[in-house]
Design a protein around this ligand. Structure first.
Ligand code: PLP
Length: 365
């Protein structure tokens, strides 16, 4: 008998697949709980749900699903471009911004290359690099903040991509415009800089990275419909870059990667400023409530700029499991080299209150 690993790409052997937040139905099944009694605060989703306008647009799009989608996503790409003062040629859509990370890998990475991330960066960058046989240089992030000077200093001739998640997941920390500008002055042309801005819309004073796209630098800015838009299940996100760079990425994309319901829902959601403003408001309230409660409980936490908070609870995995037994799903962080921490996504105020009550019970406080 032959072994399949004699033929498969060898770098996949030690690749540990990404473990997503626990789905509500799975927790209900495993623990004999009623799904209605479970809350998920594990994947930074929008607790208000999708925009009602997006829901209406998706329902309307259902009648046309016998037709292939518009492979160029003309309306949605134009609407995104218009929103940021760019052109359609500056926009690429992915099945989640995660897929755009994969396009960038297909376009630039090969065996022996490297990418640079922060030590506690979003895991998908490293996993994708591995798929392409590339290495990941993880740069220490004192205080859990990306050290952009150290990241620039880590560049080698083999470096193809640098990822800066701003704010970062799972730490919720932000780098400033000044730090970004100093960094960009040092980055050579052979390196593509990816600013992953999945939580951009939650910021009060977001740094401007699109100026580097307009200047024609080798920069990709990633945004997503999964977070403030409340469309995580639809799988749609986008990259913004120079037309030349987008043209390269387009060659790696399957023609119908964005389905027609997602195109319709995302377009309506993009234009629904009211739903986004409401989501930001309850997120700001919830963040402030959770952080105040953590402080009262004497728990260390990292002040967050996003819709989640990282909090130090001792044995993160044990707390995650004990909270799950009581119907509150949070995220254990061992895979991020943070075994003492859990990440809690900000919910509605009743959800936040229940989460704190359950956390107190579990910690015996
Ligand atoms: C959630 C998240 C994404 C977006 O994922 P999608 O594939 O668009 O759902 C990307 N980057 C970071 C850092 C995230 O936290």
């Amino acid at each position: 008998m032959s072994n399949i690993w004699d033929f498969a790409n060898s770098q996949l052997k030690d690749l540990v697949a990404y473990e997503p937040g626990k789905p509500i139905d799975e927790v209900a099944r495993e623990r004999g709980l009623n799904p209605e009694d479970i809350i998920k605060m594990a994947s930074n989703e929008n607790p208000l749900g999708p925009s009602p306008k997006a829901q209406a647009a998706m329902t309307a799009a259902c009648g046309d699903v016998h037709i292939y989608p518009d492979g160029g996503s003309y309306k949605l790409r134009n609407a995104i471009a218009q929103k940021f003062g760019l052109e359609m040629g500056n926009v690429i859509l992915g099945s989640g911004s995660n897929e755009v990370i994969e396009f960038i890998g297909h376009a630039f990475l090969k065996a022996g290359d490297n990418i640079i991330t922060a030590e506690h960066a979003f895991l998908v960058y490293k996993l994708m690099a591995k798929v392409f046989g590339s290495n990941t240089i993880e740069v220490p992030d004192p205080g859990y903040v990306h050290d952009l000077d150290a990241m620039a200093a880590a560049i080698t001739p083999q470096t193809k991509e640098i990822f800066i998640a701003n704010p970062n997941n799972p730490t919720g920390t932000l780098v400033t415009q000044e730090q970004i500008d100093r960094f960009m002055a040092k980055v050579p042309d052979h390196v593509v800089v990816v600013f992953d801005e999945a939580y951009y819309e939650f910021l009060d004073n977001p740094p401007d990275t699109l100026k580097y796209v307009r200047e024609g630098r080798n920069v990709v800015v990633l945004r997503t419909f999964s977070k403030i838009q409340g469309l995580a299940g639809l799988r749609i996100g986008y990259g913004l870059a120079s037309k030349e760079l987008i043209e390269v990425l387009q060659r790696t994309r399957q023609p119908f990667n964005i389905n027609s319901i997602a195109q319709a829902g995302a377009l309506a959601g993009l234009l629904d400023d009211e739903h986004q403003a409401k989501t930001k408001r309850i997120t700001d309230e919830g963040r402030s409530y959770l952080q105040t409660e953590f402080a009262h409980l004497g728990l260390e936490f990292i002040p967050s700029f996003a819709n989640f908070v990282l909090v130090k609870v001792g044995d993160g995995n044990a707390v995650f499991k004990a909270m799950m037994d009581k119907g509150v799903i949070v995220r254990a962080m061992a895979a991020y080299k943070l075994p003492q921490w859990v990440r809690i996504s900000i919910g509605t105020m009743p959800q936040n209150e229940r989460c704190i009550a359950v956390l107190k019970e579990v910690l015996g406080k």
